[in-house]
Design a binder for this molecule. Structure first.
Ligand SMILES: [Zn+2]
Ligand SMILES: [Zn+2]
Length: 334
């Protein structure tokens, strides 16, 4: 390997600007840390929001990437349960560890939560040093390129849990992006009776069909009323539309953060005795469930487009921001 380019990272330097920078050689500084050679980094809407300069408080120079994993190449002296060569995903949430939310594993709700790739450097680099407790071993023999899928899969696992998906449920999902597909995968693993995704993009509908999930366009009527719905878009229009498709007494879980999201009039909720709930991020347990899903399904867990080389990352993120969504999750292989 060329030593002059051995340690590099893609840093956000200002609106619509990314710089490929040399990085210092990563070393563990405490005995509880591990060094990871990063093998896989997912790109999502949050990265695009940061790239545009629309995410307040992100320090210029931050290395992007909160969906990532790789191979452990160095282990601190006090780390007993991780080994060199082990493949892990990284939990990018850094939390206080002692508040009531942290105690229950609901790390996303910790008031001191900081996110790698947003508040501090993330995974879009060749190597990273993290506390060993931030790593999630992926069982089996996963494709290293798939490791960046654990984080978005965990979002789907948590959404299904919050929505109360159970065996036999008729599940509707609004939006066929990575989170919608992660919800579909987990719903099927929970034994859902049917899963239907509403997706406006024809290419994505075709891809969803290849994954064995029913895809319909917005405005089309599903074959049966849903007993559970997960809205990964979350604007007022989508939530209103979902309400008209639900069985009485059913649950709608909102996962999307669309700007201008508003809730529909309360009378529909009341007359049909619907439960409306929200979902954010995931728990520690959800990450482990996601790692198991990945070990079963591998790189095919979610539709994806691989981009090879950190130097290709700025163009890939700009293309995603321009609306070229591709088949699914963009994964950068450093
Ligand atoms: Zn993400
Ligand atoms: Zn906490």
């Amino acid at each position: 390997m060329d030593t002059t380019t051995q340690f590099r990272g893609v840093a956000w330097t200002g609106p619509e600007q990314l710089a490929l920078e040399d990085r210092p050689s990563p070393q563990h500084t405490t005995s509880n840390e591990v060094v990871i050679r990063i093998e896989s980094v997912g790109v999502c809407g949050t990265d695009v929001t940061i790239w545009r300069g629309n995410y307040p408080g992100v320090p210029a120079g931050t290395v992007l990437g909160h969906e990532f994993g790789g191979t452990i190449v160095e282990v601190g002296a006090d780390v007993a349960d991780r080994a060199i060569g082990q493949l892990v995903a990284v939990d990018p949430n850094i939390v206080c560890g002692h508040c009531p939310e942290c105690a229950t594993g609901s790390r996303a709700l910790c008031s001191e939560r900081r996110l790698m790739g947003l508040d501090l450097d993330g995974g879009l680099q060749t190597q990273i040093t993290v506390d060993a407790s931030q790593t999630i071993p992926v069982p089996g023999n996963p494709d290293p390129k798939s490791l960046g899928l654990v984080e978005p899969l965990a979002v789907g696992v948590h959404a299904c849990s919050r929505a109360g998906v159970t065996s036999g449920a008729r599940v509707g999902i609004i939006g066929g992006g990575a989170i919608g597909m992660a919800c579909a995968l987990q719903a099927r693993s929970l034994g859902a009776g049917s899963v239907t995704i509403v997706e406006p993009d024809a290419l994505r509908r075709a891809t969803i069909g290849e994954y064995g999930v029913t895809a319909i366009a917005p405005g089309e009527t599903p074959a049966e009323r849903w007993t559970v719905a997960i809205d990964t878009v979350g604007n007022g229009t989508t939530i209103s539309a979902v309400m008209g498709l639900m069985e009485r007494g059913s649950t709608i879980c909102v996962a999307g953060l669309a700007e201008g999201g508003t809730l529909p009039p309360s009378k529909d909720l009341v007359h049909h005795e619907l439960t409306l709930t929200g979902t954010f991020c995931y728990t520690s347990e959800d990450l482990h469930t996601a790692a198991e899903l990945l070990s079963i399904h591998g790189l095919a867990a979610l539709p994806n487009d691989l981009v090879h080389g950190l130097d290709q990352a700025p163009a890939a993120i700009a293309s995603y921001a321009a609306g070229h969504l591709g088949r699914g999750k963009t994964i950068i292989i450093p």
